[in-house]
Design a protein around this ligand. Structure first.
Ligand SMILES: CC(C)(COP(=O)(O)OP(=O)(O)OC[C@H]1O[C@@H](n2cnc3c(N)ncnc32)[C@H](O)[C@@H]1OP(=O)(O)O)[C@@H](O)C(=O)NCCC(=O)NCCS
Length: 196
């Protein structure tokens, strides 16, 4: 399934527009993911532009990308380079291969499927999520064309089952759960995929 969406980089001019992005609802309360999903939504609404710009200022090539349909923001993702000192104690990544943090990714609520249901003619469950993550992986790979490999990582709360399913079906592997200091959050698993 391919959606006819245009992806573009969000900039400071989108600060107010980003506040309209809705990727979760009260339905998450029942599933126990309310805090987690609202944090993601809050990131995109309030912090993503500033954090991306901060990463750029630090030479870490922050990217905040959004896709739009006729109703507004349909999906969004953010990624940035990790500096070696941020991961060398925890992860064994070859010096010639960059490591990217896929910080956050979300699809608009209208593209999410209730309890595994299909949502009609717009596509099948998970289709928009798969499109977004594949866009993110293309974007990440294109940022380092000369590198033999690019490592992509992300931290995911173990209660966020939709997110873990999306990563698993897109060939990410959970390499550890319960991050060591300074992150030190037992609820987070580290996921990884290597792009060639
Ligand atoms: C991660 C994500 C992109 C995966 O999308 P996906 O593969 O299409 O999967 P879905 O979101 O359709 O997953 C279906 C689940 O979402 C639930 N769901 C559907 N609509 C929902 C809504 N409006 N609010 C909350 N939950 C909803 C379904 O009940 C189902 O739950 P179940 O797995 O317990 O049965 C998507 O879940 C999302 O955008 N989540 C919010 C942001 C987020 O948490 N991102 C990941 C961390 S950065």
């Amino acid at each position: 399934m391919t959606f006819d969406l245009k992806w573009r980089e969000a900039t400071k001019k989108d600060t107010v527009y980003m506040r309209s992005f809705k990727c979760t609802s009260a339905a998450a309360t029942a599933r126990g993911t309310v805090g987690v999903e609202h944090q993601v939504q809050a990131f995109f609404r309030h912090f993503a532009i500033a954090e991306t710009n901060r990463a750029k200022d630090q030479g870490l090539d922050g990217r905040l990308m959004i896709a739009e349909d006729e109703q507004g923001i349909a999906a969004a993702y953010a990624h940035r380079l990790l500096a070696p000192e941020e991961y060398s104690a925890e992860l064994d990544v070859p010096a010639d291969s960059p490591l990217r943090d896929l910080c956050f990714l979300a699809v608009a609520e209208r593209y999410r499927a209730r309890s595994g249901a299909l949502f009609g003619s717009a596509g099948t469950a998970g289709a928009m999520a798969d499109e977004a993550i594949n866009e993110a992986l293309w974007d990440i790979r294109e940022r380092a064309p000369g590198a033999p490999r690019v490592y992509v990582t992300g931290l995911v709360d173990y209660r966020n089952t939709a997110s873990m399913r999306m990563l698993a079906r897109n060939h990410f592997v959970e390499i550890s759960r319960g991050c060591p200091p300074p992150t030190g959050d037992n609820r987070l698993g580290r996921w990884m995929r290597v792009l060639r």
